[in-house]
Ligand binder design. Sequence first.
Ligand SMILES: *Cc1c(COP(=O)(O)O)cnc(C)c1O
Length: 418
Amino acid sequence: MIASENYAPIAVLQANSSVVCNKYSEGYIGRRYYGGNKYIDEIEGLCKKRALKLYGLDEKIWDVNVQPLSGSTANLAVYMGIVGKNGRIMGMDLSSGGHLSHGYRIKRRKITASSMFFRSKSYKIDEEGKIDYGDIERKYKKHRPDLVICGASAYSLDIEYKRIREIIGEDTYMMADISHVSGLIASGLLKNPFEVVDIVTTTTHKILRGPRAAMIFYRRSKMVKKERVDMKSKIDSGVFPGLNGGPHNQKIAALGVALKLANSVDYKSYGEEVIRNAKILADYLEEKGCKIVGGRTENHLILFTYPGIRGAELEKVCDLANISINKNCIKSDKSPMNPTGIRIGTPAITTRGLNREDVLYVGELLMRAIKITLNLKERALGKDIDYLMTNDLEINKLKKDVVDFIYKFPIPCFNFRF
Ligand SMILES: *Cc1c(COP(=O)(O)O)cnc(C)c1O
């Protein structure tokens, strides 16, 4: 139930382990530093076409780079190409739901490349758990970043891209990192950032159900302070030779497959089902006493807390019961290693075919895990609950029920009981 995970279809897995994995093809289509790339050029060209088509983008205005190896490096490539070393960037704070690669640092400790090589500031969510657009405005005016990043990893509400653009004006670069919600945006189920931003990055292995990789969409040119900027050369050179060597062609091939599958009526209904399942689960958990950050969900994920429980404790109990969830910072948390929040998502279970009733049962299983955790804490009298967990009867019973239940929903390519 990890919000960033999914199950890629067999066709994607096959392409991802195909012979194109063996080929070196540094450079871009028609301009490679290695011979023998006729078919690689075709594959990359097809992948790019499908990417632009999925978002309904005009090839004259938009282009896409499909060579990034992963989401974090895609973002770095953009910063390198667009703002350069020590350039100023501003993104959402990690504990507000943002991503490490959006400039995260712990006060002065610059622990990510995005804060080490670029000057970064973060904006936050407000008391209700909604993006604090006033904070964006204040920090924008004070720090004048060259690039503003929106998009998140643990934020359950839609984002008002237009409002952010109005705050920062046209002379500032604006990027949306839609990694978590790329498929929902493609299907028209959430607001469309392409209308107002200059750059869109996304991973491809989350809701999009592709290989572990990423893409960067960008407007081919942009006017900044009355000067035309050639975005294509900046971004493409940020990816290669800026950050990458040879592209991972097997990922590009697999991405081509995933993009075709995502451009279908079936995929759109999948997205609708993902959101419906998340809403059902959020309502259920709230009714049972969980506090939903942001008050509700508008997408595929739920960030919540339960009185008296830390995220890591519930994560451990769930691990022992074969439920995969993850602890997650919420705004008031001090340490990302021991936060109070728990993040869950519905993309993977929806791929496995869980519907309304099934999701309610999942909610029941989660509440049992919560009750078990509370009970263990009571018995541990303030000490660590780890030693009580091994061979705990209730956890074992929960695990059996989890396995009996989920076995009815096979995973693509992987269907045996263990
Ligand atoms: C997952 C994620 C990334 C990073 O992707 P990796 O492939 O793990 O490097 C970047 N940005 C956001 C918003 C994400 O959710």
